[in-house]
Write a protein that binds this ligand. Structure first.
Ligand code: ADP
Ligand code: MG
Length: 619
């Protein structure tokens, strides 16, 4: 029995059952859901009961039903156009990103004129990868709800360390669509480390290599863990390398032995499927035995462990090259790695463990199931967020971008959303007016291009900048975000060493809901914002050019003929009126015409050795 005691007051606290927050490994090949039971993370068996893994496969029936998991897998060969796999590869991707994929999959990826993100056509309907992933998540959620006999509404979902912002956002959206409040998106290697208990003791620090070899992807990440903060020092890999390649190598080997041509394999889908299943079976058997023998279409096939290792060795070598690269990028020496963690079903292969041991000079830790380790770690992270492990503070990313306002009301992001904390970043700015003495620095939080749509966190003024020409001062703005989410902003004029700073509480007073709303708004308005931003940028640039042209005219009157002088005035006036028009293309055209005409003049001016006069003039 457990009696919860409030350590501050000494009271016995009321024993209210805590809401379950699940951890989800949304994989390319397989997905899993886990939760904490009696302080230990456990994974949930899928309803089909076969095992804990839910193949990340969806089948759309003619009648419009969606089947997820093992049952959907059966349709991969018979109904490839209605059976979707590897959706994770499409998350947050544009058509251009995935064009190389189209040849290797049975279903159709659609490129809409304006939409930058891909869609998938099934029958006569279109689905986004977010919607498809949400179906996998719904299925996992249902399994867990049935198992726990409770409604689940909160989750932590993992993503590869190399996922960019769009891919992370897409994953978050998929969760939302599945009816889950996604409390945190966690890096897979971070989750795997947590499952091994790394980082739970804040007084210890370590460097961990997480080697993840799944069905179709490989990645290696080097993490530095200190004070409860997981820092991804480097990550490397191959998004088209995995267990599927090993299966294919076996198929080709057997096909050759059985005199089956490539054409026949393509045509006879049943034979192909039979070979594929047998190949995977052989591969798995050879992880614990030295020989595999079976029958395919009445003929005996066999494979020894030695031959298998020959077949896969080029792939394994490739992963080791990635390890070397990641190690190099991390700035650590091999001897500084304290632990190697194995993730993904394919790391069960003994050859891989041996090669890693030789490479790192360290025996990889395989004490946890490599299929489950990411989901288990996600469940631990969920437990921490639920407040069940008060001793641990895992503030690993900042939920919204932080930046400052620049000319024209544009948001200039300095620390992007999802950056790990603590974090420091800086950028240089300058003045836009000659002799400008003060510079107002206004700090905002949010994803929109215009600051008016973001949340203002505070402002301060950098005072007493010594008088200089516009564009001459070098003002460095530094953002320092500490592990508790406290942002300090510093501004310094480098030529005069004038410095000012202010401390801002970045997450104070903003709820998850508000945060979600801000993100949704930013997605909805992305296109409008982009256009507005493009126009504003053109206007800003045009204004600079106009000022520069005027300066140029006053400073170089003597070297210009009257025609040239008048023409520059004329073109500059045309640019001024184009700015009034609010038409980006018109502004850019006017700018180009003025630039084209005046740049030979500027060159001449340079030749006449008045370089100094031209400083800061953009032509
Ligand atoms: P993903 O992260 O891409 O979703 P998984 O981590 O679930 O993928 O790994 C799936 C891969 O692991 C498949 O290619 C599967 O054949 C392979 N695999 C599973 N068990 C074994 C085993 N015992 N030996 C070798 N490979 C295995
Ligand atoms: Mg995986």
């Amino acid at each position: 029995m457990k009696i919860p005691i409030d350590l501050k007051k000494g009271d016995v606290t009321e024993n209210v059952p805590k809401e379950v927050i699940v951890g989800i490994d949304l994989g390319t090949t397989n997905s899993l859901i886990a939760y904490i039971e009696n302080d230990v993370p456990v994974t949930v068996k899928s309803i089909e009961g076969k095992n804990k893994l839910t193949p990340s496969i969806l089948h759309f029936t003619e009648s419009g039903d969606i089947i997820v998991g093992n049952k959907a897998k059966d349709f991969m060969i018979s109904h490839p156009e209605r059976t979707i796999f590897s959706v994770k590869r499409l998350m947050g991707k544009s058509y251009a990103d995935v064009s190389q994929l189209n040849t290797s999959i049975g279903y159709e990826i659609i490129d809409e004129e304006n939409a930058t993100l891909v869609k998938i056509k099934i029958g006569n309907k279109f689905y986004t990868p977010v919607e498809l992933s949400s179906e996998i998540l719904k299925s996992l959620k249902k399994d867990a709800e049935k198992h726990l006999n409770t409604i689940i509404s909160k989750a932590v979902i993992t993503v590869p360390a190399y996922f960019n912002d769009a891919q992370r956002q897409a994953t978050r959206d998929a969760g939302k669509l599945a009816g889950l409040d996604v409390l945190r998106i966690v890096n897979e290697p971070t989750a795997a480390s947590l499952a091994y208990g790394i980082g739970l003791d804040r007084t210890l620090q370590s460097n961990v290599a997480v080697y993840d070899l799944g069905g179709g992807t490989f990645d290696i990440s080097i993490l530095h863990i200190e004070d409860g903060i997981f820092e991804v020092l480097s990550t490397h890999g191959d998004t088209f390398l995995g267990g599927d390649d090993f299966d294919r190598a076996i198929i080709n080997y057997w096909a050759e032995k059985l005199n089956i041509s490539v054409d026949r394999l393509k045509k006879e889908t049943n034979l192909n499927q039979e070979l594929r299943l047998k190949a995977e079976e052989a591969k798995k058997v050879l992880s614990s035995k030295s020989e595999f023998t079976s029958e395919i279409s009445g003929k005996t096939v066999s494979l020894t462990k030695d031959k298998f290792e020959d077949l896969i060795s080029p792939f394994v070598e490739k992963t080791l090259k990635s390890c070397a690269q990641a190690l190099h990028d991390s700035g650590l020496k091999g001897s500084e790695i304290d632990k190697i963690i194995l993730v993904g079903g394919s790391t069960r292969i003994p050859l891989i463990k041996q090669k890693l041991e030789t490479f790192f000079g360290l025996v990889p830790d395989d004490s946890l199931d490599p299929d489950e380790v990411v989901a288990l770690g996600a469940a631990i992270q969920a437990d921490i967020l639920a407040g069940n492990r008060k001793d641990i503070l895992l503030l690993d990313v900042t939920p919204l971008s932080l930046g400052i306002e620049t000319v024209g009301g544009l948001m200039d992001t300095i620390i992007p959303r999802n950056s790990k904390v603590p974090q420091r970043a800086g950028r240089q700015y300058t003045t836009s007016v000659d002799g400008q003495k003060n510079l107002r620095i206004t700090v905002f939080q949010g994803e929109r291009d215009l600051v008016e749509h973001n949340r203002k966190l505070g402002e301060f003024i950098l005072k007493d900048i010594p008088p200089m020409a516009a564009g001459f001062p070098k003002i460095e703005v530094h953002f320092i975000l500490d592990a508790d989410g406290i942002l300090t902003v510093k501004a310094k004029e480098l030529r005069s060493e004038k410095e000012t700073s202010v401390e801002i509480k970045s997450t104070y007073g903003i709820s998850e809901e508000e945060m979600a709303l801000m993100l949704i708004e930013s997605i909805k308005n992305a296109e409008v914002d982009m256009k507005k931003r493009a126009l504003l940028e053109a206007v800003n640039e045009a204004n600079n050019v106009i000022l520069a042209a005027e300066k140029f005219l006053t400073q170089n009157q003597e070297i210009l003929s009257k025609t040239e002088y008048d023409q520059v005035v004329l073109l500059n006036n045309a640019l001024k009126s184009s700015v009034q028009s609010g038409n980006k293309d018109e502004i850019e055209m006017a700018m180009k015409v003025l630039n084209d005409y005046s740049s030979p003049l500027a060159h001449r001016a340079l030749d006449v050795n008045i370089q100094k006069a031209l400083k800061g003039v953009k032509m």
